[in-house]
Design a protein around this ligand. Sequence first.
Ligand code: ARG
Length: 458
Amino acid sequence: MKKLWGGRFKKKADAGFERFSASFIWDRRLLPYDLEIDAAHVKALKKCGVLSAAEASTLSAAISDLAEKTRSGRLRLNPKAEDVHSAIQEALRKKIGPLADKLHTARSRNDLVSQSTRLYCRAECLKIIEGARRLKLALVRQAEDCQEVLVPGMTHLQNAQVVSQAHIFLAYVQMIERAQFRLRTALTLFDVCVLGSGALAGVSYDLDQKMIARELGLSRITQNSYDVSGDRDFVLNFLSSITLLGIQFSRIAEDLLVGQARGGAVVELDEAFCTGSSMMPQKKNADFLELARGASAVFAANFAGILLLLKGLPSSYNRDLQWDKKFLFDSVERCEELLEIFIRVVKTLKINRERARELLKDESIYATDLADYLVSKGTPFARAHEEVGRLVSFAEAEKTPLSKIGLDLIQKFAPLAEGGVYAIFDARHSVRMKKTAGSAHPAEVRREIRYWKRKLKK
Ligand code: ARG
C-alpha cells in the first residue's frame, strides 16, 4: 500500500514495526469524522484555488459516496492500511485516480487526527450525556414510586437515621448530575477548529478556517498551531469526566450490593442481571453490580494512561500520542455499554417493602430525634446527646427497643422527657421533623422529584 510519506525512503519498513505502528484497528472508528472533515476541506481547497470547481465536485461526490457506504456498513477499506487517514486516501485513489492526491493539500495528519478525534469525542460525549439524562429519569421514576418506603439510612455502613428510599435514589441523581456536568464542560474543548494548523507551523494557503469551522459546527478556531499538534488535553478531560461517572456507578452499585448482603435487600436487582454458581446450586449473584463496580478501575486506568502519556511529552506532535486512542475508545465504548445496562437495571429494580419494615425495627435510628426532642424540652444539646447515649446503651444491654422502656425509667436518663416522648419512635414522624432544604422530609422529596421531572423532560 502506498504510504502518505514514502518518498525519501529507500528501504521497506520492517514488517513487525509496520504492524506495531499501524493504528487502523483503533482509529477506524474515526472514519465518519475524517470524511466529514474531508468534505469541508474540499470546499476550503476550492475556495483558495487549489481545486477547480470540477475537481472539487468530483472529490466531493467520491467523499459522499464513501460516507454513504460507511453509514450503510458497506465500505470495505484496506485492512493493511497504516491508519484511517491513509485508508481513505487509498479508497479515493481507487475511485477517482490521481485527483485524490490533491486532497491532502494544506493539512497534515497531525491536525487531521486532532480534529477527527475531537469530532468523535463530541459525538460520543453527547451520547453519554443523553444516556445520563435517561439514567436520572429512571432513578427519579423509582424515587416517585417509593416515597413512602422508609428505611434506616446508613453512615459507616451502620444504621443511622430514617430516610425514604426515594431520598436515596435522589442522591444518586445528584451524583450522576455532577458527572454529567463535567461531561458538559468537556464539550468546550472539542468545540474548536484546528484545521489549518498543518503539522505544527500552519499552512501556506488561504484556507478559510472560519468556513471549515462553520461546516463542522464548531464555534471557535484555534489560536496556535504549535499547541494543536501536541494537544490531547481534550482527551484527558473527557476521560476524567468518564472516570467520575464510573466512580458514581461504582458507588451506587456498592450501595445495592451492601443492601442485599445477608438478610435480603430493600432494593432488589432483577434476575436478568444476575448469574449463578457452577458449584453452589442455590446461588444468585448480583454479578452486574460487581462488574459495574469493577469497571470504574478500567476508566481510572485509562485516565491514568493518558496522564502518563502526556506527562513530560515535548510540546507539538510526537508519535506517542497515537496511544491516546487505545485509552479513549476503550473508556468510551465501555462507558456507553455500561450506561445502557445501568438504565435497564434501574428501571427493573424492585422494592421490597416488607424488608424495609423489618429494618426499621432497629430503634437506635431514633436516637438523634430523641436528643432533639429533649432540646425542645429545654435540655442543652450536648447534655441531651449524653443522656440519649446512655439510654441507648442501656436499651442495647437489655435487648429492649427504646419504645418499650417505661417513662419513669426514661426519665432516670433524661429528666426532661414527658409522656409525648413515645411519638419519637416512629419513622414517619422522624422524616416529618426534618425542616431543611434537601432533607428527607416527604415534602422536600416531593419537591425534588417535581424539579427533576420538569428538568429531565426532553
Ligand atoms: N495515527 C497517528 C496518530 O494517531 C496519526 C498522526 C500521524 N502523524 C505523524 N506525524 N506520524 O497520532
